[in-house]
Each structure stands twice: as C-alpha cells, then as structure tokens.
Design a protein. Structure first.
Length: 363
C-alpha cells in the first residue's frame, strides 16, 4: 500500500511505499528535501505535517522534541506515512540534477594526519567521475552492515580523487579496518553524493563556517570551491577541537588566510594541554563565534560536527539574530553512537519495535 505526499509550498507530489521513509521516497522520485545524518539525530530534515498521520518505528527520533511533535513537526528521514499527507518543508534545488551513483573505487593513498585522523584518497573507475557539490558526503557500503557516511573534503573542480578525513572510533567496525588493516589498492563500494549541506552560491551574505573535529572536512571542500569560483564576500572559519594536536591541518587555513584577503581563521581549543602554549580562543566553538560576531542577522552559517554541537550552536545563533533559513548544518554521529541512539542494537536497548503514530495538529 502506498500513500501520496504533497509538498508545500512547491505543490510537488510523490508516493511513499509501505516501510519506506518519507525522505527516501522523495529522493527516489527526484524531490530533494533537506537532510543530513539520516538517522534522526541532527534535525536537518524537520518539517511540518499539515494534514495526515506519520509514524516512527522506534518512537520519536532523538532530534524531535515532544514540543516539536505536538506542534506537528516531523523528521522525514525517519517518518513513515500512515495516510496521504500534506507536508510543509523547503526543497533543495541545486542537488536535483546530480545523479546519485553506486560505484566501485580503489584506495589510492592513506595518509596519517594526526594520532586519530587518517586521510583517504579514493580513485573512481576510469570511465566515471563522481559529480558532487562542495560539502556533500558519500556512504561507504559494507556488506551485512549499515553504510558509513563521510564528508567529501575536496572541491568539485578537483575531482581526480575523493578525499575523506576519517577519525578513529573505539569499537568502530569501519574505522578499525581503516586504521589497522586497510592498504592502498583496497577496493570499496560507495554511494553518493548525498546530503543538502553545500555552499549556496547565489548568496552575497558574509559566510561563517564552523567545524568540530573532522567536521572540518566538508568545510575544507566548501572553502576550496569558494576560492575557485571567486566568492568575494567575507568568509570566517571557526575550527573547534579539544587540544592543539587535533588541528590536524592547521597550516592549510592559515595559508588560505595569507592568500585571500576576504578569509579569516579562528581555531578554538576546548581543553588546551599544558604543552600547547596556546593564547588563542578557548571554550566552546559556538561561544567563540558570537564573541567575534555578536550580530548574525546578515550572515549565512554553515556548521559541521557532532549533533550536540550543532544543536547547541543553532539555538545560540538564533538568539544572536541568525535567520533560521540561513543556517545549514551537517551533523554526524559515529556508527556505534548512532546505533545506540536509533535502536539498531535493539536486542540490547529495545525489546521490540515500538511504532508511534503522530497525527497532524487540529486546525
């Protein structure tokens, strides 16, 4: 049984099959709704259910508060249609014409950037290039397991290889393979490009980029693309990490600052170590942003990092005048945490599936 979904304000329609999320159905039919993590942790896919009912297989996702649910909000990456629907959500046009592909690839090079970060260069088949927008991500497909998502760290004009920055996660299936077993020439399968986190080239507003840890990766791609196409508006990068050694490519944004008059760079350490000899910004990276730019009402903000960081930053920036529609985020969880959050290890966390049906609010 399928349901029809009408999207407002565009008027576009699509069908959702039983067992399919609203987001997956929309993407399958060429309608690009905003999304990020696809596991309910980031809130990027949130919209309103104007009419009809949706359900969640394991209860409300982490990023959907009871207040939002009561107000008719839904996370379309997890929501299933229980009837025909009218939903309200902004669509993303720029990614519509880019084909999502599943491709084999080869690990061309492995490079240790820090004690817990490896850079991988992936080589696509000789007859294929992966077209993508700066800031998007790919899924690495693992047989018998959920895909692992990684942001593309290079710009679209420099697409001979796909560059990934991978941080080691204790107990992580794929990262353990990367750090301890993977060799050059290893064959992988990937799917992409994915995500609606990319540079909005039609805006002339000053740009604020905020990365946490390896959240720097998509911002690196966005920066390289912005410089390539000649973006002239001010661009300010804030990179938040724990200690100085975690600024694994610190020389690169410093080089950008020397080469581009419109670019500024502020690294932020949350826990500087005694040997760091640090006199720069400290604390939470979001706090450093509003100390530097108290009024965000005329800015575009791009934020990439763990969901808790993105959620905290979003709320703070709204208080400092940021227009909701000018906040773009790429929130990610490591696989072990994501599995726990979403109940994929349900034999440990959830004894049975628990479908929750959410009705549109009374008019």
């Amino acid at each position: 049984m399928s349901s029809q979904v009408t999207v407002q304000p565009s008027g576009h329609t699509f069908t959702v099959d039983a067992g399919e999320s609203i987001l997956d159905a929309a993407l399958r039919q060429g309608i690009i709704l905003p999304y990020g993590c696809r596991n309910g942790a980031c809130g990027s896919c949130m919209g309103s259910v104007i009419d009809g009912d949706v359900s969640y297989e394991y209860g409300n996702p982490p990023a959907l508060s009871d207040t939002d649910a009561d107000a008719g909000k839904a996370l379309f990456c997890q929501a299933h249609a229980e009837s025909d629907l009218i939903i309200q959500v902004r669509e993303v046009d720029a990614a519509r014409d880019i084909e999502i592909k599943t491709l084999p690839c080869r690990v061309e090079k492995l490079e240790h950037l820090a004690h817990d970060v490896i850079r991988i260069y992936l080589k696509m088949p000789a007859t294929e290039r992966l077209q993508f927008l700066a800031g998007q991500y790919i899924d690495v497909l693992i047989r018998g397991h959920d895909p692992r998502s990684f942001s593309i760290a290079n710009a679209p004009h420099d697409d001979e290889y796909i560059e990934l920055h991978i941080r080691y996660v204790e107990g992580g299936l794929f990262t353990d393979q990367v750090f301890h077993h993977m060799k050059e020439k290893t064959l992988l399968r990937v799917r992409g490009p994915l995500g609606t986190f990319f540079l909005r080239e039609d805006s002339e507003r000053p740009i604020v980029l905020i990365g946490g840890g390896t959240g720097f990766a998509p911002l690196k791609g966005i920066l390289e693309h912005a410089f390539e196409i000649g973006v002239e508006c001010p661009i300010h990068l804030f990179w938040g990490v724990r200690a100085r050694r975690d600024l694994y490519l610190d020389d690169l944004p410093r080089q950008f600052a020397r080469e581009h008059a419109n670019f500024s760079y502020t690294p932020v350490l949350s826990e500087p170590q005694p040997g760091d000899d640090w006199d720069g910004e400290t604390g939470f990276v979001s706090d450093a942003v509003v100390r530097s730019i108290p009024d965000l009402s005329n800015h575009d903000v791009y934020m990439s990092g763990p969901p808790v960081m993105v959620e905290a930053g979003h709320g703070l920036f709204m208080q400092h005048g940021l227009d909701e529609s000018r906040f773009f985020s790429d929130a990610f969880e490591n696989a072990a945490i994501a599995e726990s959050i979403m109940g994929l290890k349900q034999e440990l966390l959830l004894p049975a599936k628990r479908r929750v049906i959410v009705h549109a609010p009374e008019k």
